[in-house]
Design a protein around this ligand. Sequence first.
Ligand SMILES: NC(=O)c1ccc[n+]([C@@H]2O[C@H](COP(=O)([O-])OP(=O)(O)OC[C@H]3O[C@@H](n4cnc5c(N)ncnc54)[C@H](O)[C@@H]3O)[C@@H](O)[C@H]2O)c1
Length: 389
Amino acid sequence: MNELKVGIIGIGNMGYAHAKNIFEGKVNRLKLVAVCDIDLNKLENAKKQFPDVLIYNNADELISSKQVDAVIIATPHFLHTEIAIKAFNLGLHVLTEKPAGVRASDVLKMNAAAEKSGKVFGIMWNQRTNPLFKKAKELVENGTLGTMKRMIWIITNWYRSQSYYNSATWRATWSGEGGGVLLNQAPHNLDLWQWIFGMPDEIYASCDIGKWHNIEVEDDATILGYYKNGATATFITSTGEYPGTNRLEISGSKGKMVLEKGKLTLTLTETDEREFCFTCPDGFPNFETHETVIEQTEKESSHNGILQNFTDAVLDKAPLLASGYEGIKEISLSNAAYLSAWTGKKVKLPLDYDAFDKELKKRIDCSKGERTVSDKIASGQTSRWQVNW
Ligand SMILES: NC(=O)c1ccc[n+]([C@@H]2O[C@H](COP(=O)([O-])OP(=O)(O)OC[C@H]3O[C@@H](n4cnc5c(N)ncnc54)[C@H](O)[C@@H]3O)[C@@H](O)[C@H]2O)c1
């Protein structure tokens, strides 16, 4: 096979953007063969925009059409699990939008189906393609910063207006979306947290429901992560602050790095702090440090970068930048944060899946259900889906 035939399920904001990029040939060896949506207006538009592309009005028909080798799932999150499992069972490769699912238990099932089918399972963690985050991961993993002490991420520039929440019936409800900022906007950063700094052993969180918007889920959250070696993580996110901040600071025993405003500032000590702490006679020491500033010169390849990597993984067995397995880790962080906020207790990882699923069900059962969609529909903001410093 030297070309991958793909079908896109859900051609709303994100699915349409993927369809357009693939149709315009922006991903080598990836061919848009089919699209599917339950919204007939979107299908009418697709017919005009993508001539010769097959159009289906339900996912089952597209999946069983035998016309595609792979699907991209860009529906509301709750549907990702069922659609992915059906696709794997029919021998298709799957790239799902983030978050992989709503419950960690769902994402485990998706991974089990992928493993059984032997097909490629990728996740659209497009922010992993950002060169500064890749550099940050390298600096943590190669020991430049020494032993990890602390991560602090203020990621409050995910601003959304009320009209965004009113733009689709499923948004910002427990039954339609399954969560708020932790499930829709901040998953990128939760994934990068665990990708760069590793998974914590315990989580404590507070989540404020509808603090800034008329919604039944959280739009402001603070998570604390605890690691066995004593390291801690603090993660603060919101869709209600403007202009907000995107500042990631990681400190270790040999110094710190700060990622902000499109640059990474690395400040290193000559000796490991754990060493000089116990050998230095001066109680208020002032050691020499060395600062290096790494600017983001190269653009992130973003969504098309992940689409290319997924295509190369299927056609050439290239390693995935973001595998389905990574989806379990990210969703475990947000599930644990919700469970902690709901119970007021620290939550241990790996997560007690049943405990989370039961608590989520209570909220789904009391959910007000579908939102009323306003006349003024928020337009897609493709540039806002990339890293915003
Ligand atoms: N990676 C990113 O940067 C990024 C950005 C935006 C959205 N997303 C993700 O993409 C997914 C979709 O979000 P969106 O903003 O595009 O939402 P959206 O509401 O604009 O689009 C979802 C589409 O799915 C369709 N749909 C619903 N049920 C369906 C079904 N059973 N079969 C086929 N189609 C169905 C809807 O009609 C709609 O057109 C979400 O999981 C979201 O988190 C990712």
